[in-house]
Design a protein around this ligand. Sequence first.
Ligand code: DX5
Ligand code: ZN
Length: 235
Amino acid sequence: MVKIAPSILSADFANLADDVIRVQEAGADLLHIDVMDGHFVPNITFGPVVIRSIKDRVDLPFDVHLMIEEPEKYISEFADAGADLLTVHAETQPHLQRTLQAIRDHGMKAGVSLNPSTPLSFIDWVLHDLDLVLIMTVNPGFGGQSFIPTMIPKIEELAGLLEEEGLEEVVDIEVDGGVTPETAPLVVDAGADILVAGSFVFKGPDGVDGNMAALRKVVEETLADEPEASLEDIM
Ligand code: DX5
Ligand code: ZN
C-alpha cells in the first residue's frame, strides 16, 4: 500500500484545525508537518506549540519533518507535542546515529531526509537505525515548487539498497516535493511508500476531497498497472 501524507504547509493557518480535519476525512494516511527555522532553509513556519494545538483534533499519525539546524536539541519537545515520526535532515547532523537513537528512545519512529544534492551514501551506515528515508524532490523550504525528475533514479537506488539489506518491509521511502497526479506514478513506480503532497491537496483544482481522490486514483492505477507486482502476486 502507498500512503498519502498531506503537508499542512499549504493549509489555511487561520483555520488550521478545520483543514486537518478535512484532510483526515478525505482519506489522509498521515499528517505531514513541516517545521522550518529560517537557517537550514530560507523560510520560517512554526514549532511544537502549533503541533500540540492540533494533536487532539485528528487521529492521524503526525509525521514531523524538521528543516532546522541542531534538531537534536528539540527531540523531547516534539515528542511531547505529539510527533509520532520525527525526521531530521542528514545535512544538519555530525552525529546522525546518536540522534536517530534519541528519537527512538523518545518513543517515536526515526526518519532521515536528504536534500536533492545529498548522496544516499550519507545513510549507508545507519540503515538499521531508521524507520523512514525522506527523499526531497525539491529543495526544501517552500511549497509549490517543481518536481526534480533526476530524483527518480535516487529513489530507485534507495529501494534497491533496502531490498539488498532485507529492509524493504521495515524502512519506508517517503517522497516530498512537487507531488501531483502527473508525478505520483513516477515515484510510485520508483518504489515510494509514502507521498507527501501540499499544494496539490490544498490548492489543486477540485477541493481537498477531489484532489485527494485524484491522487489516490493515480496511485492505485499505477500499483495495479505494475506488471512485476502482478506477476509476483500470482506466483
Ligand atoms: C518543502 C516541504 C514540503 C512541502 C511540499 O520544503 O518539505 O513538505 O509542503 O509542498 P508541495 O507538495 O507543494 O511541493
Ligand atoms: Zn516536508
